[in-house]
Design a protein around this ligand. Sequence first.
Ligand code: AMP
Ligand code: MG
Length: 336
Amino acid sequence: MTLRLDSTETGIATAARLLREGGLVAFGTETVYGLGADATQPQAVARIFEAKNRPRFNPLISHFADADAAFEQVEASPLARRLAEAFWPGPLTLVLPRAAGCTVSDLAADGLSTLAVRVPRGDVAAALLRQTGRPVAAPSANRSGRISPSNAAHVLEELDGRIDAVLDSGPCAIGLESTVLDLSQPDRPCLLRPGGVTVEALEALCGPLHRPATQSDAAPLSPGRMLSHYAPGLPVRLDVRTPRADEALLAFGPQDGSSPAAMLWNLSESGSLEEAAARLFSGLRALDHAGTARHLRGIAVQPIPAHGLGLAIQDRLTRAAAPRPSSANPKENTLP
Ligand code: AMP
Ligand code: MG
């Protein structure tokens, strides 16, 4: 059952507690209703993809009560600080390099070395984020491929029974997504998505923005296709029933102990796709590091069921297994 919480002190406190406990809480911002989860808990983030029925993972924006909290997680350039001063709280998302002590899970950032951060406008959202005291990952609170919700009733039409609560703060003021600005290359601010803050307003502070002119120009920048995604150094082989003795095995489900693989890391012994999603990046990293140290030939991956979160896991693994680019040309870093 999905709780409908009013934006009273008690409602906000309950919503914050649910988030800290790993729950899913939809909440209103000035743009649209977001489906929030504690970004530091991969299992909570996995539930976002599950509830939205997303066929693939994508990097999520982390939301904060104020700029100080946001800038603990990323390396903020002077330009980022000026933009935050001018537009936060508000519908501007900044993509910046992750800070060394960044606590946001790999799953929330889809393994990227950058993180998208935003401070939304609105007293209820601010109070919720302050009380939660963690980065809150929040894509729009609709099922994948559907229209973004701009009030609590829309959220329930989409997600009733699939999420723990919706915190009702009335209709959204803007109803349009945030503008996404990539500042990860300091000299080249790049507009990834137009939105609530206009290009003119941004250019007044940044100078001319780089704007990917065509779909193919944008492709190298569009998340999910970039080299900066975590990709294991070892080759990855998918759908493997019988691994070789010189491979590391990324397993799924109960094992009978007969695998010849040199090492094994199980995404979920019980066969839970949610647990597997939450453990995917740690598993790849663990096998990559240990397997490289032991000079193994590669990582073999057992079959993952092709339903629910399994599709998103398969998609991510397919990208991890794709041939590596042969040169530094970023166009070669994209997948078809
Ligand atoms: P939504 O899920 O609707 O809030 O959209 C989030 C937007 O932010 C998508 O367009 C993402 O691709 C983009 N985004 C999130 N994180 C990053 C990142 N690290 N680098 C580039 N774009 C990002
Ligand atoms: Mg959306």
